[in-house]
Every structure is written in C-alpha cells, then in structure tokens.
Design a protein around this ligand. Structure first.
Ligand code: ZN
Ligand code: ZN
Ligand code: FE
Length: 748
C-alpha cells in the first residue's frame, strides 16, 4: 500500500437532490477514506484522502454506479497535498460562484415510499406528500440553485425533529431530501368548493366521494392542476367536455397499475417501459376495442393516452375511486395549465364541482409529458423529463439562449457540452403562456448558470419569441425553422455530420419568405441548402386555412385538376367553396407544407373539414388509414423540370377526390400515406446519392404520424440509407429550441 493521497473530484451532471452526497459518504466511509463532499453551484465537489487504490475505487463508482436518479456528465479530478484529516463528512452548501448545477426532473413516488404510504404502522401512512431522495418534486418547486430547501417552495415548512433527524442522517433514505415532510410538519390537503372556500371533512375522502359520484374535481399535481373525472362515466365525461369547451381532443386516463393499463390498451415492451419511466409520462398506445371507458374519452381514435399515478396523492385518489380517471390539464382549451391556487379557483372554479388542493406551492408550471407507441418517441417533453440536460454533439463555443418557435414553445440554454430544454411552455399567442415564456427565459439561464452571449430565434419575424429575442440587447442568430428541426434530430442522435434532412411539418418561415413545410435540406449544424420540396400551393385565406382543412382541399384540387376539378368537387366541401376557389387563384400565402397536404387529404376523404385542435385532421386520417388495405397506393409524381426537384401529389389528389364516392375511404387514406412515402423516399434516395449523403433524418411534426414515418423509413432502409429519427427530443416544434441552441452554440 502506497502513501496516503488526497484527490479532489468535481462531478457534473444531474447530481443534486438525487442522493449523491450520501452515496459518496457511504462508499468513502466503507473504503476507509477521510475527507468531505458537498454540493456547490457547479454540481458536487469532494475531496478524499487515503490509500490510492481506495480512492481509485471511489472514483470508479462515481461514474459507474451512481444513485438511480443521478446522471453524471463529467468527472474532473486532481491531486492535492494530504492534510491528515480524520473522518468523512458531508459539508454544507456554499452559494458562491456560478450557479450551474442542474436540478433533476420531478420523479414518481418510489417503491420504498409507496410501501410506507400504505403501511398502517408507518408514521407517514396515507400521507399524500411522502417522498425521499429517490422520488418526489424537484424542478417544479425550485426557484434557485444550489438545490437546497431554502431555494424551494418547501422553505415555507419547518421540519419537525423527526423529519430533521432523517434529513441530517447520511445513512437515511431522506438525507437532504429537500421536500422531506410528514403529517406533523409538512403540506396539508384542502378540499374547497369551486369558489375556493374550505369545506369540512377529510379532503381526500370528500374528493374521492365526489369522483365516485361522477363529479368533476380539480386536483393539484406536481406541475399544475388536473381536471379529473370518472373515465367510465359517459355523462361525467360529456359534462367535462362541455364545460372545458373541448370538442374532440382526446383526454388522457390515469390508471392504478400496469394491469389496469393493459385492460385498456395493447402494451408492448416499449409501452410498458414508458409507463414505468420515473417521469410517468402519458403513453399513447393502441387501444382495445371493448373497454369500460366512456366513448367520449378519445372519440374516433385508435389510440389512448394512459398514465400511472406519479404522486402519493394520485395513488391515494386512484385507490379510493377504484376506477380509471380522466386526467386532463386544468385549463380551458389552449390556455396553459393552472398552477397557482388563486388562479386555479378563478379559471377552474367554473368548470368543477370541487377542488383538491394543498399548500405546497408549484414554482414552475409543468404539463405532463407525452410518449407515442410504437416508436417510443417523446412528443411532449415536460414533467419528469425537463430539465435533464442533453449532450451536445460538439461543445458549445459560447453560452446560448434559444427561444424556440411560436407553437408548442420550449426554450433552451446551451453551454459547454450540454443543451437544456425547458418544460413545455405552449402556444405563445395566449397572454398567460407568453408570461410563462418570460418566466422561463429568466429562470432557465439562471438555474443553469448560462450567461448567454447570443440569443437564437426563429426566422419568422412575427413570432412573439422572435420579437422578444430581437428586442434584447444581445447578439442574435436567426435560425431557419426546418434547419432547426434537422439540427434537433442531430442532437437527439449525438451527431453533427451532414445529413439529408426531410423536414415535414405544419408551417415554418422559409429562407425565401414563403411558408415552408415540405423540405429536403442538405444540412449539418453549421448550415443548410434546400435541395427539394413539396409542390407549392396557395393557402386560401392564410391562417383560416389552418383551422379549415377543406380550404386546403380546394387549393390542391385546383393545383391538380384546375378550375374544372375544383368546380366539380368544391360543392361537396363547403358552402363558401366558390369564394375560396377565387382566393386560391390570388397566388397569396404560398406554402410547401406537408401538414397542410395531409389536411387536404383528410378533407377530401370526408374525415374532417374543420379542426378543433392542432393536427386533428392528420391524426384522424392516420387512424382511418390504419384500417385500410396495406397494398393500396396512390402514386405521386416527382417534377424535375425546375431549379429544384419537387414532389407533386397531383395524381393522388384526383384519386382522393373520387374515393369517397367509390366507398373505399380507408384504402384511399392508406394509399395516400404510401404514395407520399414512396415519392419522398425516391426523391431522398436520388438526392442522397447525388450528394454522397449516407443518412436521412426524418423530422418535423408530420413524422409524429408513425404510419407515415415507418413507411418512409422502411423504403429508405431498403435503399441502404441510414435513417435517423427522433427519440428524446420532440420531432414537432417542441424540439425547435434545442436545434436553434445547437446551431447558435457552434457559430463563431
Ligand atoms: Zn421515495
Ligand atoms: Zn415532520
Ligand atoms: Fe415545425
């Protein structure tokens, strides 16, 4: 054994609030090392003194076997002079320096806590706020770093002696668990009427009774309020839809366990893993046909959003009610989820029969995350996932703030080797959402210690995020929307090489000032070249055409068969068809959007003429296509006569126009998917070969359609190309800020 050595380790990543210091303490003590460990603003800092081989063992454990919720991104070590210190200690946090230590996402109640929750002999028996170092609220209660109790909304509660002794004991599962609490000292439930007036009785029992009677109850979760109702009660679900002014958009359902989940949906391994993820997302899985659920939960759809309980309160409520519950964001259509108690009373009071609230404040509003099966793609990355850092493929050359797009907005910060995306903020055209955006652009850079030198924004001059960025007194970088989509896919895959990006989405501002949305880009993180696109058509009435897919149908009929075809089919689409047909001919609002093409196809097949939520027509068209003959195909053309090759769906449009009359709508819906997939893959192969690109990245909101995505991917793979898809970063506009940040972070 050599002479004693002393080494300092700096550990970076998600290492605070996840039991990292007790973990170091346990192993250091076991290995007979002396020294100390502490949280600081960069993560965890520790010094260990003793035999070099024991220090080596400790060093190996730091990266190889950290606590379950920790994510170590970097460990730096250096030698010090031994001091002869005796014993190992956990020392208090120092607030000095650059605040940069990431906070972990909120985590579902762990098995140990669940056991205690239902153990009549445990002092936290049925206590709705039980948590420990391995579970509980994190991101949503933190207002500053370092992550310590005074920097969280738990600062309002003074721990009782028993909680304090758990908190102080390095051997305890609740050592430095910041939200630690018990019935004697912690948060309490409240049951109020819709006006926020406290009502007598046990709050939990009152809420459970109300739900069992088919009433609508607002329940305060980790990131905001849900509206809950018995999912098997048709009348109750209908009442919720009416009060919430939500016509068709599917509701998510919370079930008590995996068994109940598998009675409602077909669950494969990916689905089960997603349900079990400690972030407890909503999992969109294929639904079973005959279930106990009310039909109005997800009308007309072949899949259902399921979620398991993620807080002790949910476990208690679900057990009490004994039936699946609709759990939908506590808001009116399109507004952000309510998360402040007074706001919940104002906004949700009129919708509910009672409110199950509590006195632990939520600092950051955080919607449920959404994962789609079979791909396992994250469609909304929020509670339980944000703010986990994502590694950048290349280190940032400068700290950057990226402000995202207009819809499904998120913001991101990048520094050193990481990009951190915020929770889902939403559609910025709502004032309350915009205020949430302002809070996020202030909060995230501070939390992660990013003194940004550049602000990346979308090219669209009218996005509120763009206006915010250009009003700042900081250098800006405009990033083209579809370039950002491709970049977000690269980051998701840890890559920075040149790829052929196929970016299909609703709309994004193009480099030529028109609205793009069906783009083939030769791109990497430093730039892009547009190398192909969908045939452009007019969006009759501009924004009105987004809400009314039948307008797009008319535009495509005109493009495919001229005024004759439009005149022949037009009257079946809408009474105003003649006026809209004239708008088509103005040549204004030209777009290459594939999202709008899907809308047109849906309208032509009588799936939907008007939508009540974003993407509805395409989602329902996909559902229809899944029942169609998988051999059907409506071929499309590729026009190589212009500067750039163009995918021209005209031949398929003419077929769609007559399919309904022929009575084979499902086959036509499938054929449309297959025809577009064929043309897309054919053109992508051609360009990839000509430009010597081996990889095709599939990105943009259209690729949330897994039927279409799989058809394109299979054809590309057959042609020997590598297919790159999204996993952790959403393919929709929720991923835009990640792409913007990666592009800006590597600019000179
Ligand atoms: Zn726990
Ligand atoms: Zn206590
Ligand atoms: Fe987009």
């Amino acid at each position: 054994m050599g002479a004693a050595e002393r080494r300092e380790f700096r550990v970076e990543g998600t290492v605070q609030g996840v039991g990292f210091r007790p973990f170091v303490y346990r192993h250091a003590t076991r290995l007979g090392l002396s020294g100390w460990v502490r949280n600081d603003t960069l993560g965890v800092l520790l010094q260990a003194e003793g035999p070099p081989d024991a220090i080596d063992q400790l060093a190996a454990l730091l990266t190889r076997d950290p606590p379950p919720l920790a994510k170590v991104t970097r460990v730096a070590a250096h030698l010090l002079t031994p001091t002869g210190e005796k014993g190992f200690a956990i020392v208090e946090t120092r607030a000095a320096g650059r605040p940069a230590a990431p906070v972990s996402p909120d985590m579902a109640t762990c098995d140990d806590c669940l056991t205690e929750l239902f153990d009549p002999n445990d002092r936290r028996f049925r206590y709705p706020f039980i948590n420990c170092t391995n579970c509980g609220p994190r991101y949503t209660i933190v207002f500053s770093v370092p992550y310590d109790r005074p920097a969280t909304t738990m600062t309002a509660f003074r721990m009782c002696p028993r909680c304090q002794s758990e908190y102080d004991d390095p051997a305890d599962r609740r050592f430095h668990a910041q939200p630690n609490a018990c019935p004697d000292c912690g948060p309490r439930l409240r049951w109020t009427d819709p006006k926020g007036q406290d009502q007598p009785g046990d709050p939990l029992e009152r809420a459970v009774d109300a739900l069992r009677q088919g009433r609508i109850v607002a329940i305060k979760g980790l990131g905001g309020y849900h509206l809950a109702v018995d999912a098997t009660d048709e009348l109750a679900v209908e009442t919720l839809r009416r009060r919430k002014a939500r016509d068709d958009k599917p509701f998510a359902v919370m079930v008590i366990d995996e068994d109940s989940a598998s009675r409602l949906c077909h669950l494969d391994e990916t689905a089960t893993a997603a349900l079990r993820h400690p972030g407890r997302p909503i999992v969109l899985a294929p639904r079973r046909t005959a279930t106990e659920l009310a039909g109005l939960v997800a009308p007309g759809l072949t899949e259902l959003g399921l979620m398991l309980p993620y807080s002790p309160l949910h476990h208690l409520v679900l057990r009490g009610v004994g039936r699946p519950l609709v759990m939908t964001s506590g808001n009116l259509s399109d507004e952000p989820i309510a998360h402040i108690d007074t706001e919940a009373v104002d906004r949700l009071g009129p919708l509910v029969d009672g409110i199950l609230a509590h006195d632990r404040a939520i600092h950051i509003r955080c919607d449920d995350s959404v994962i789609r099966i079979p791909t396992g793609q994250v469609l909304r990355r929020s509670r339980g996932y944000a703010p986990d850092p994502i590694a950048l493929p290349e280190p940032a050359r400068r700290p950057v703030l990226a402000v995202g797009a207009m819809l499904k907005n998120t913001v991101s910060v990048a520094r050193d080797g990481i990009v951190v995306a915020s929770h889902h903020i939403g559609d910025l055209d709502h004032l309350a959402t915009y205020q949430s955006f302002l809070q996020a652009v202030e909060h995230l850079p501070r939390l992660y210690g990013v003194p940004f030198e550049m602000v990346a924004h979308d090219l669209h001059p009218e996005y509120l995020s763009t206006k915010f960025a250009t009003d700042l007194d900081t250098e800006t970088r405009a990033v083209q929307h579809h370039h950002a989509h491709v970049a977000s896919c690269l980051v998701d895959n840890g890559r920075s090489d040149r790829v052929l990006g196929v970016a299909f989405d609703g709309l994004g501002f193009g480099a030529d000032g028109t609205l793009w949305g069906g783009e083939l880009l030769d791109a990497d993180l430093s730039g892009f070249e547009r190398v192909g696109h969908l045939r452009p058509v007019c969006m009759p009435g501009g924004a009105a055409a987004i809400k009314e897919p039948w307008r797009m149908a008319l535009a495509w009929l005109d493009a495919a068969g001229g005024p004759d075809l439009a005149e022949r089919i037009g009257p079946t689409l809408g009474p105003d068809w003649a006026a809209v047909a004239r708008l088509v001919r103005t040549g204004r609002h030209v777009t290459t959007s594939v999202g709008r093409l899907f809308d047109a196809a849906a309208a032509l097949l009588g799936v939907r003429a008007r939508i009540t939520y974003e993407g509805q027509a395409a989602i329902e068209l996909e559902a229809l296509a899944r029942g169609g003959d998988p051999h059907s195909i409506l071929p499309m053309a590729i026009d190589r006569s212009g500067d750039l090759p163009v995918i021209d769906p005209a031949p398929a449009i003419a077929e769609l126009a007559v399919a309904t009359a022929r009575g084979d709508r499902a086959a036509a819906a499938y054929g449309f998917h297959a025809g577009l997939a064929d043309a897309t893959a054919e053109l992508a192969c051609e360009i990839a070969q000509a430009r010597r690109l081996g990889t095709v990245s599939l990105t943009g909101g259209v690729f949330q359609n897994s039927l279409f995505a799989n058809l394109v991917a299979a054809r590309l793979a057959n042609a020997g190309l590598e297919v790159m898809t999204h996993h952790r970063v959403p393919p929709n506009d929720g991923g835009i800020s990640v792409g913007q940040a990666a592009i800006a972070a590597r600019s000179d």
